[in-house]
Design a protein around this ligand. Structure first.
Ligand code: TMP
Ligand code: ASP
Length: 235
């Protein structure tokens, strides 16, 4: 049986439960939304369902391209069974177009193409507000070795090479996205989720945001955007 056991952890957007097997866990996707290190809080109706189904589709696609992920199967509208990994506390951000914190930090024009894509590392630490860090910082803190960082960067570029054309076929520009990786039997595999919470998508026709930026910036039509992503990705 793959039904959820006791709760192991509650994050901002997901709860993690024990599974029947000790090397697996069940993720429950909530509708809770936060932004700016949880300074802003709200609910996006059925976000959990959308993020679970979109993540299932994208993890399956990535696995088909011979990149290992924690995904095993979707159990219900809001539940996913995965391998139990030890998360590497690094948020790996890939950027194809200038937006968000990159535009702000460097004063670059929003929407400018970044060719080839760039990868950034953020140290996953709420108390510090997930600071941007470089390889030396992560090595200093014993978070990751140069070898692991090289692998994270390579995997991030490979995932981008799979996702970018997939979204382009659906008339969505994959502006940027955040990945998390975990160790499973000493191997780095893709973990967490890939969803409108963790990516920026711009509609190729209208240029409109179809992701969590609509919540971050109070742009309205938030639920509609999440449902549209679900339709284009899984429909
Ligand atoms: P940023 O431009 O705010 O640094 O965000 C880059 C990408 O990372 C964007 O697609 C949204 C995603 N992201 C998360 O998934 N979690 C976060 O906490 C933040 C700040 C960004
Ligand atoms: N996940 C982040 C938080 O609440 C914010 C974001 O995605 O912008 O803190």
């Amino acid at each position: 049986m793959d039904t959820a056991g006791s709760m192991l952890y509650e994050g901002k957007a997901k709860k993690i439960f024990a599974a029947a097997r000790p090397d697996q866990v069940v993720h429950y996707f909530k509708d809770d939304a936060t932004a700016f290190n949880a300074e802003k809080r709200g609910t996006i109706v059925d976000k959990g369902v959308v993020n679970n189904k979109v993540s299932e589709r994208l993890f399956t696609l990535i696995e088909e391209n011979r990149i290992s992920t924690h995904f095993l199967k979707r159990l219900s509208d809001r539940e996913m069974l995965t391998k139990k990994v030890a998360i590497v506390p690094v948020e790996v951000v890939v950027r194809n177009l200038v937006a968000g914190s990159l535009a702000k930090r460097l004063g670059l024009p929003v929407g400018d193409a970044i060719e080839p894509a760039i990868v950034e590392f953020y140290y996953k630490n709420d108390a510090l507000g997930d600071p941007l860090v470089n390889d030396d910082h992560l090595r200093l803190m014993n978070v990751a070795t140069p070898g692991v960082l090289r692998e994270l960067r390579e995997l991030a570029h490979k995932v981008n090479a799979v996702l970018k054309p997939f979204f382009a076929e659906r008339k969505m520009q994959l502006v940027d996205f955040k990945l998390e990786f975990g160790l499973f039997h000493n191997k780095l595999i893709l973990a967490d989720e890939i969803s409108p919470d963790t990516c920026r998508f711009w509609d190729m026709g209208t240029g409109e945001s179809m992701d969590k930026d609509r919540f971050r910036k109070d742009m309205g039509k938030i639920e509609e955007a999440y449902q549209e992503v679900l339709k284009r990705v899984c429909g």
